[in-house]
Design a protein around this ligand. Structure first.
Ligand SMILES: NC(=O)c1ccc[n+]([C@@H]2O[C@H](COP(=O)([O-])OP(=O)(O)OC[C@H]3O[C@@H](n4cnc5c(N)ncnc54)[C@H](O)[C@@H]3O)[C@@H](O)[C@H]2O)c1
Length: 270
């Protein structure tokens, strides 16, 4: 029988932010398709938890500590991963998120949004979340003329969401950067795409979406009412997009694209 075009056997995938909810889910998806996966992040406990989940499902994974905002720690992580799992062929850049001081409370004054909060969100999502990992891991992909980089942007990068202007603008920049890099490396064997999730409950947004008793906050309920599918997404619902973009056979002519997985949120105007 012909080998599936979605088979990732022989690929080595790095999931930066694989310690988080969406990154962790994407790491499991890649491992289930046959890739050896390196979970990269700051939290060893959560990273090892994901490694054990992947191993229990029959996959191969390691945890490697690194701070996405520290280029030296990323380079050290890359070298350790290459030694242990071989050349990196897939990078999921999933470290990112909003921060509380960059969220404008209802009715608050946009002019009071601090520069520190703005810079912090741009640093995490654009610099640590996309630029530095692309430079560090892209170098090894270019050397072997093979690679797929997947930046995790956001639906907020296409529609500026109220209250999270810095986050929305930073993710818009991630989508723009993705297109730049795709064009830059298109003839050098490295494809660069983005996935833009809609609303998925995760660590960085759970206080925004849920009260302590598990019921929706006003904001959470508002989001559900604006989502045609009338629910939040679940991490495993990104699996298809990530495996497709990671596979050099399934998406060989796809680069510079932003794949939206949002239950229809961005197709509505009200
Ligand atoms: N959850 C959503 O609804 C949603 C929607 C659109 C986009 N996203 C994006 O998906 C990505 C994953 O976020 P998530 O929602 O799973 O949140 P999460 O908080 O569960 O995961 C984010 C991960 O990034 C890691 N991280 C943060 N700073 C880091 C650093 N300096 N170095 C290394 N790791 C760092 C965190 O430790 C965490 O493990 C983010 O880029 C986020 O912006 C999420």
């Amino acid at each position: 029988m012909a080998q599936s075009i979605f088979d990732l056997t022989g690929e080595t995938a790095v999931v930066l932010g694989g310690t988080g909810v969406l990154g962790g889910g994407m790491a499991s998806a890649l491992a289930s398709a046959g890739a050896a996966v390196a979970i990269v992040g700051r939290n060893a406990e959560r990273g090892m938890e994901r490694v054990r989940m992947i191993e229990a499902a029959g996959g191969r994974a390691i945890f490697q500590a690194a701070d996405a905002l520290d280029v030296n720690s990323l380079s050290e992580a890359r070298d350790a991963i290459v030694r242990e799992l071989g050349s990196v062929t897939v990078l999921i850049a999933a470290a990112g998120g909003n921060r509380p001081d960059a969220t404008l409370p209802p009715g608050s004054d946009f002019c009071r949004l601090s520069r520190e909060a703005w810079n912090g969100v741009f640093d995490l999502n654009l610099v640590g979340g996309s630029l530095l990992p692309a430079q560090v891991f892209g170098e090894t992909m270019l050397a072997q003329k093979k690679g797929s980089i997947i930046n995790i942007a956001s639906m907020a990068g296409m529609i500026p969401l109220s209250r999270v202007v810095a986050y929305s603008a930073a993710k818009a920049a991630v989508i723009n950067f993705t297109k730049f890099l795709a064009r830059e490396w298109a003839t050098r064997g490295v494809r660069v795409n983005a996935i833009s999730p809609g609303f998925f409950p995760a660590e960085q947004n759970k206080a925004l979406l849920f009260r302590d008793d598990g019921s929706y906050t006003e904001r959470g309920a508002q989001i559900i009412s604006h989502t045609p599918m009338a629910r939040f997404g679940e991490a495993q619902e990104l699996a298809g997009a990530v495996i497709w973009l990671a596979s050099s056979r399934a998406s060989s002519f796809v680069t510079g694209q932003n794949i939206v997985v949002d239950g229809g949120f961005s197709s509505t105007t009200i």
